[in-house]
Design a protein around this ligand. Structure first.
Ligand SMILES: *[C@@H]1O[C@H](CO)[C@@H](O)[C@H](O)[C@H]1NC(C)=O
Ligand SMILES: *[C@@H]1O[C@H](CO)[C@@H](O)[C@H](O)[C@H]1NC(C)=O
Ligand SMILES: *[C@@H]1O[C@H](CO)[C@@H](O)[C@H](O)[C@H]1NC(C)=O
Ligand SMILES: *[C@@H]1O[C@H](CO)[C@@H](O)[C@H](O)[C@H]1NC(C)=O
Ligand SMILES: *[C@@H]1O[C@H](CO)[C@@H](O)[C@H](O)[C@H]1NC(C)=O
Length: 451
């Protein structure tokens, strides 16, 4: 009997030895952060073979990594508490859902975990050296630099830049998700991510006034909501931890939404956020012109539009909603007025479709100026894309509480979708808006010839 037990135990030992052991991200506790941690870079491979069971790999053991496929490295940033990034699983799954590739999670949590940000930041170049050694082995086995893609979050974005620099910018692509600003701002290109670090560098800046980097760093730099404060994030310290990281982390969630959601976030190349809000940057939305850049995974479709640009840098702006899928739908509201005197004010426009869905846009970032017989084109951003609009409502407001109430005499109002210019444009003629009074009407199709 005893011998039988021993036998079974032995079998089990042998079995568990040959069975796949799944590897997971290092999890440290807060006390490790207090004492600080030595750098130890681990590479964790995920493939479509098994989406949940990861393999530990290194320059001598490649596991299931197939060098003929695209390889995406995900590099996290500073970890002040030692916990793994909560978005990591989603990002890995999202990437594997859109393309059959190798996803290598760069776990440098031992190193990134410390309460002292400057200690973590000082290890960035060493992490890059480890990655270079690994990629050299991939190349030796037949991989191509063109197929290497790095997604770096915060400090991780600069690490990706350092790796790219070691290959003289020949890596396929780097995406920087709110690259870290503190200790990196105003550093020369060799000490941070820059547009020369890969064949294509796209960057999302979501927290330029705190943890992120203000200036453009890539070939295309996306500034959601202007890059400052993200909708839905706490504005005061009473928001707890979210107050510190919500804006910064939004860049990751915006990128994720490009993998997971059924709407694409369109961005508009522009000099400034204000110009974008004022509707001055929509040439990419016009048919036969270059397409507008898309945020996230598909941003590299826009790479060809870079050709002939000097310098090879573009800033792109767009607004988002406060939660996923984050997409907003852009329309133009063209208004021609015939008031004798100039009128200044904000316009709120509401749309309703036959099913009863409504969506609203306030155009109040600065007063619009209405001049007799001049067309004013206002950029309206809606949370929903209503295709068959059956009713429109408009409110005109000067914002003043005292003083006379004004009227806005509209000769013609026109509503046109920016993303779907092929859709019929909606018009309304001869309308008087009394200040702060909602005016509802049914639009008609605009005459065809009118542009
Ligand atoms: C993935 O790995 C886990 C753990 O080894 C296993 O239970 C699961 O069946 C695997 N899934 C697939 C699809 O192979
Ligand atoms: C690489 O990984 C293999 C398998 O996990 C392990 O046996 C080996 O010691 C590792 N090599 C190095 C240099 O870490
Ligand atoms: C590696 O990927 C290539 C291209 O996708 C495929 O043809 C090949 O069969 C793969 N090799 C292995 C060992 O899975
Ligand atoms: C988003 O854009 C990509 C790339 O152009 C395209 O393949 C995909 O179908 C688009 N998704 C939606 C919902 O429009
Ligand atoms: C409009 O409302 C219907 C029914 O309430 C809903 O199923 C549909 O998804 C809505 N459409 C949009 C564009 O939100």
């Amino acid at each position: 009997m005893r011998r039988l037990y021993l036998f079974i135990t032995l079998i089990c030992l042998v079995r568990s030895d040959t069975e796949e052991t799944c590897y997971s991200f290092t999890r440290l506790s807060f006390p490790s952060a207090v004492v600080g941690t030595e750098l130890n870079v681990k590479l964790i491979l995920y493939t479509r073979r098994n989406l949940t069971c990861a393999q530990a790999i290194n320059s001598t053991a490649f596991g299931n990594l197939n060098v003929t496929k695209k390889t995406t490295f995900i590099i996290h940033g500073f970890r002040p508490t030692g916990s793994p990034p909560i978005w990591m699983e989603d990002l890995v799954g999202g990437l594997l859902s859109v393309e059959d590739m190798n996803v290598v999670v760069v776990d440098w949590i031992r190193g990134a975990t410390t309460v002292l940000y400057n200690h973590a930041a000082s290890k960035a170049k060493k992490v890059a050296t480890v990655l270079k050694e690994f990629i050299d082995q991939m190349l030796a086995k037949g991989a191509s630099l063109d197929d290497i893609y790095m997604i770096g979050v915060s400090l991780g974005a600069h690490i990706a830049g350092f790796v790219g620099q070691k290959y003289n910018g020949q890596l396929g692509r780097i995406t920087g998700l709110d690259p870290a600003g503190p200790l990196f701002s105003r550093k020369p290109p060799q000490d941070r991510l820059d547009s020369g670090d890969a064949q294509f560098v796209d960057v999302i800046h979501s927290d330029i006034d705190a943890l992120g980097y203000r200036e453009p760093l890539g070939n295309i730099d996306f500034y959601p909501n202007g890059g400052l404060d993200q909708p839905g994030c706490p504005k005061t310290i009473f928001g707890g931890m979210q107050y510190f990281k919500c804006d910064h982390q939004r860049s990751v969630y915006l990128y994720l939404s490009s993998l997971r959601e059924n709407c694409n976030i369109t961005a508009y190349p522009c000099e400034s956020y204000l110009d974008y809000r004022n509707g001055k940057c929509v040439s990419c939305g016009i048919p036969q012109k270059e397409p507008c850049p898309l945020l996230g995974y598909y941003a590299d479709h826009w790479k060809d539009s870079l050709k002939g640009k000097d310098p090879l840098m573009t800033k792109a702006f767009f607004d988002t909603t406060e939660k996923k899928p984050f997409c907003m739908y852009h329309f133009f509201v063209d208004i021609i007025t015939w008031n004798k005197n100039v009128r200044r004010g904000a316009i709120t426009i509401k749309l309703r479709d036959k099913a009863g869905n409504t969506t609203e846009s306030k155009i109040d970032h600065e007063p619009a100026t209405f001049q007799k017989y001049h067309q004013v084109s206002l950029l309206a951003r809606f949370n929903q894309d209503l295709d068959k609009v059956s009713a429109i409502s408009l409110v005109f407001s000067t914002g003043s509480v005292i003083g006379p109430k004004y009227k806005l005499r509209i000769l013609r109002m026109k509503l046109r979708s920016l993303v779907h210019p092929e859709r019929p444009q909606l018009c309304r003629y001869d309308l008087v808006l009394r200040e702060n009074v909602e005016t509802v009407f049914q639009p008609i199709l605009c005459p065809k010839l009118q542009m």
